[in-house]
Design a protein around this ligand. Structure first.
Ligand code: ZN
Length: 316
């Protein structure tokens, strides 16, 4: 067996290992949350749709604002209590995308999308999980202003963790949408695909939403068959990752490929093919002869691919 390639220490998986204590019991009492909002250590992340608002800084930006600063920049459509960070209350200050737009040209602010924030390391890493939490919940609110049961306007309750319908009394909870993302492999070869949305050099794991009534394993089998025509056998769970684009939970798996003949679903993928372990190593190390790459470490695909390259996963 060839020696393991020297890929260096394992990078962090983006948006995971949150240091926020969600303190769900505090959400129930509006007076308690109001007191927390006036705590001298209270601070908020400002989010307007896809836009994350930061204070410009060097070498990295500051993600947190006092609640007074946030309100002065633009009043919130919704304010969410995210929890406690080392005891300090943290909030999500939600703007409409239209309200965030003029902040892009404001002196002292840096406003950009969360992918850029994460990939370029524009804020300290401990801010990524609470920003993901705030962005996902605020997106859910923006899409649930009316009751799906009776159509009446709903009201935010429990500091942002529920919406109630005053007419039919239905209670609506923020949801997250499970997605399987899998690396299928056969010995020393693995299956990677390219979405037309990717940068031209990037290849990644296949992925798809879990459908109602479907297990993780069944979704891995179905998606791999639908997108690339490959039949899989064993499926092993690897790790998961919140993916707030807008409200997904990525469930990372390795799968044993049982067939070799690829049939690409051109509606979903631009291409899919087998890659040798050596070729994938060069992609991870950014020295592939044609400049092909894997996704960056912020994404779980990077970690699925790396674990396979480093022989942590074998089906034979
Ligand atoms: Zn209703």
């Amino acid at each position: 067996m060839s020696p393991r390639p020297g890929l260096g220490p394992k990078p962090n998986l983006g948006y995971t290992n949150s240091r926020i204590e969600r303190a769900a019991e505090l959400r129930l009492d509006a007076a308690v949350v109001d007191r927390l909002a006036h705590d001298p250590h209270a601070a908020a992340y400002i989010i307007g749709g896809e836009s994350i608002v930061m204070k410009k800084g060097a070498p990295i930006n500051e993600a947190l604002f006092t609640l007074a600063e946030a309100h002065a920049l633009a009043p919130a459509v919704e304010t969410i209590f995210l929890g406690l960070f080392d005891g300090a209350p943290r909030f999500g200050h939600g703007l409409t995308p239209q309200a965030a737009e003029p902040l892009k040209t404001r002196d002292g602010l840096h406003v950009t999308d969360l992918r850029s924030v994460a990939v370029q390391g524009l804020v300290a890493p401990e801010h990524l999980p609470p920003i993901a939490e705030a962005k996902a919940v605020l997106h859910w609110h923006a899409r649930h202003r009316f009751c799906p049961n009776c159509g009446a306007p709903t009201q935010i309750v429990q500091s942002g963790w529920r919406r109630d319908c005053p007419q039919c009394k239905a209670e609506h909870f923020p949801r997250t949408d499970p997605v399987v993302i899998m690396l299928a492999s056969d010995g020393d070869q693995c299956l990677l695909g390219r979405s037309p949305r990717f940068v031209p050099t990037m290849w990644s794991c296949l992925a798809g939403f879990i459908e109602p009534g479907e297990s993780i394993e069944d979704a891995v089998h179905r998606e791999t068959k639908e997108e690339a025509g490959i039949t899989c056998g064993r499926v092993t769970y690897f790790a998961s990752q919140p993916w707030p684009f807008p409200t997904s939970l990525m469930i990372g798996c390795h799968a044993q490929a049982l067939t070799r003949n690829i049939v690409v679903d051109r509606e979903e993928l631009e291409d899919a093919r087998w890659f040798s372990k050596d070729e994938v190593v060069s992609m991870l190390m950014r020295n592939h002869p044609q400049g092909l790459t894997t996704p960056p470490p912020v994404a779980i695909a990077h970690h699925l691919i790396r674990a396979w390259v480093e022989d942590e996963i074998r089906f034979d």
